[in-house]
Write a protein that binds this ligand. Structure first.
Ligand code: 5FU
Length: 273
């Protein structure tokens, strides 16, 4: 099955350019770490990205958290992506009708489709959300993740909801490259014998080595649990890397290096087993 194969091997079979580029970057840089930079000040945002850049395959943004947004932040982000060889994932979690999300994705203040290689959407509105986003993103060679499962306590993303998210992805697998989920999704909800060689990329938030959770429902598992035991591909780490003191760049760099090591060794163990 796909998750026993190397990222580089899996890249070759991907037809979506963003999926292929992500897997190739992971193989080339030997990292399955995505850092989530959830900071308010643009200066912190850019300094942290520059520090963790060498250790990551992907940076995850919530662009609407930044105060005093200006377009030069995007230009700087794109420069850093080139300098350190990583891709950009805007964690926008689109959730509206196709016509609306197409505008939210292409236009407005952030023009997400113009700079984010990957974005994500809740499957709650049904397949029309994929159609709307694909009308903008597919021609730009972007990729979409569906939120099949969330990391928070009591999340409603379970059972048939998760299964139908996978079915939705299957129907639109030119643009939908994988899932935000807590475990592998290949073959879920498929008829026996169907979907044998599908290969969805699984990106997993709720990863931490120190804490078990936060005061607002977040739940953490270790890179080993996520990558080795649950078969996920990319670990998404926010506070575990940037911590409480955003000026402690050496500490941030050291933690990124540590998570990269933990994630990569779990992956090596997985493909060797
Ligand atoms: F879809 C999800 C989810 O299920 N859980 C999450 O935590 C997204 N996230 C995001 O990952 C969340 O919005 C944060 O940006 C990040 C996790 O940050 P942490 O500091 O590692 O808890």
């Amino acid at each position: 099955t796909a998750y026993k194969r190397s990222y580089g091997d899996r890249a070759k079979a991907q037809s979506n350019p963003a999926a292929r580029a992500l897997l190739e970057t992971m193989e080339r840089k030997k990292t399955n770490l995505c850092v989530s930079v959830d900071t308010v000040k643009p200066a912190d945002f850019l300094a942290i990205i520059d520090a963790v850049g060498p250790y990551i395959c992907l940076i995850k943004t919530h662009i609407d958290i930044l105060e005093d947004f200006e377009w030069s932040i995007i230009e700087r982000l794109e420069e850093l992506a080139k300098k350190h060889d990583f891709l950009i994932f805007e964690d926008r979690k689109f959730a509206d009708i196709g016509n609306t999300v197409a505008m939210q994705y292409a236009a407005g203040v952030y023009k997400i489709a113009s700079w984010a290689h990957i974005t994500n959407a809740h499957p709650v509105p049904g397949p029309s959300i994929v159609k709307g986003l694909s009308s903008i993103g597919f021609p730009l060679q972007r990729g979409l993740l569906l939120l099949a499962e969330m990391s928070t306590a009591g999340a409603l993303t379970k059972g048939t909801y998760t299964e139908e998210a996978v079915q939705m992805a299957r129907v639109h697998n030119d643009f939908v490259i994988g899932f935000i989920a807590q475990r592998r999704m290949n073959g879920i909800g498929a008829a026996p014998g169907e979907a044998q060689d599908e290969d969805f990329i699984i990106l997993t938030p709720g990863v931490g080595l120190e804490a078990k959770g936060d005061a607002m429902g977040q739940q953490y598992r270790t890179p080993r649990e996520v990558v080795l035991e649950s078969g996920c591909d990319v670990i998404i780490v926010g506070r575990g890397v940037y911590g409480k003191d955003l000026s402690d760049i050496d500490g941030i760099r050291a933690r990124a290096e540590r998570y990269r090591g933990e994630g990569w060794s779990a992956y090596l163990e997985r493909i060797a087993s």
